[in-house]
Design a protein around this ligand. Structure first.
Ligand code: PLP
Length: 392
């Protein structure tokens, strides 16, 4: 047992963190240094889709680590070929480029769209993105994001992004024009507080881009890999993107993300794109273990069933405490608290060993492991009930 009391001394102070120091995890549970256990409904921000340290992932990582950890992005390796083939198969997008983070995948998507504009659209480079959208923390992806407050920091931004309000079809139609090379959006805005785009809006985005030979980029970093009860959210929405990005759940906790594109759109020339750690066998093994698990017969049906159970429970809880409605799909759900008290509830939940997230002052977000059990959901609802009594 280590004797670190406070790790903040040498770390850059980039966010307020609770004093707890975690040392182990299993399924829906995290354990701290003193052996205290916490029910985790954050799961590394919708990352640990199979829970903490699932056997399949531990086995895949240790077996691959013993075999080959890294060769070079300039060489082929078996796990890379296999995972790319399988992802192409399940997504219907024929080409895959692996990255280490979602932001990096979105940078790649932006570059690919600009290359497309260069080659096929007379140099068009504008990308229409949504207010409230979140695409990452690199300069270009911050510029693409519509997070309040981000428009004025780290100036100057990367130019070429036009923002429109979510689900405003007229604004979208007006924004897509001569200079537009792509529309880029999340099927459900996760960081903004779990706000889905409407079917109709997405269909219009598809039709507007298609009519001009421009691209539809779906950022499925949070919604993809089973999170919404479909393998990818777009599969439940009846549109096909030209480019899709994945991350978060993709490695089940291991840092892995990807940029996928249709054959026609995969127009990078040699040298346009790359990265030192991209496609390394160790992360590929993690991704394969996750994808294989999500493809088990019945896995996604169970996610949808758990989602129903959680929604029913949240609605009952909401009625008891006079809160608002639920939003979202699958196991990416938010509860409207109806008043700016969400962070007080999160703090009261932490006091009861429950980890929750408040993406907005008036909303709670639930992103448990996709393998969460009904009993764990009931226990979470119980603790949340107590937290609401204490905080409201
Ligand atoms: C988390 C997230 C990102 C950024 O991914 P990182 O791995 O943190 O770079 C981008 N887009 C969406 C929708 C996300 O939820």
């Amino acid at each position: 047992m280590s004797n670190y009391q406070n790790t903040t001394t040498a770390l850059m102070d980039i966010t307020k963190r609770p004093e707890i120091i975690f040392s182990a995890g299993r399924g829906s549970w995290l354990e701290d240094q003193s052996g205290e256990r916490y029910l985790d409904f954050v799961q590394g921000w919708a990352v640990n889709c199979l829970g903490h340290s699932p056997d399949v992932l531990v086995r895949a990582l240790s077996e691959q680590a013993a075999k080959l950890i890294n060769c070079s992005p300039a060489f082929l390796n078996e796990p890379m070929l296999r995972l790319a083939k399988d992802l192409a198969e399940v997504s219907g997008l024929e080409r895959v480029f692996f990255t280490n983070s979602g932001g990096e995948a979105n940078e790649g998507a932006i570059k690919l769209a600009r290359k497309w504009g260069d080659l096929h659209m007379g140099g068009a480079y504008e990308i229409v993105t949504l207010d409230g959208g979140f695409h990452g923390r690199t300069l270009a992806t911050m510029s693409a994001s519509g997070k309040p407050g981000w428009d004025v920091i780290f100036e100057p931004k990367v130019p070429g992004f036009v923002k429109v309000p979510i689900n405003d079809i007229d604004a979208l139609s007006a924004a897509v024009g001569e200079r537009t090379v792509a529309v880029m959006l999340e099927p459900i805005q996760g960081e903004a507080g779990v706000f889905p785009v409407s079917h109709e809006y997405l269909q219009v985005a598809r039709a507007l881009t298609e009519a001009r030979g421009a691209l539809l980029i779906l950022d499925e970093i949070q919604t993809g890999m089973g999170r919404t009860g479909e393998m990818f959210a777009f599969q439940g929405l009846g549109v096909r993107p030209d480019i899709m990005t994945l991350g978060k759940g993709m490695g089940g906790g291991a840092p892995l993300a990807a940029l996928l594109a249709s054959e026609a759109v995969s127009c990078f020339a040699h040298g346009d794109q790359g990265g030192t750690f991209n496609g390394n066998p160790l992360m590929m093994a993690a991704g394969q273990a996750v994808l294989d698990t999500l493809r088990w017969p019945g896995f996604l049906e169970t996610v949808r069933a758990r989602s129903g159970h959680l929604q029913v429970g949240l609605e009952a809880l909401s009625n008891r405490h006079g809160l608002g409605t639920t939003r979202g799909e699958g196991l990416l759900l938010a509860l409207d608290v109806g008043q700016p008290r969400a962070s007080e509830i999160v703090a009261a939940a932490l006091d009861r060993n429950l980890l929750l997230n408040a993406p907005r002052p008036d909303s709670l977000r639930f992103m448990p492991a996709l393998t969460v059990s009904e009993d764990e959901i009931d226990l979470m609802l119980d603790r949340l009930d107590q937290a609401c009594l204490a905080a409201l």
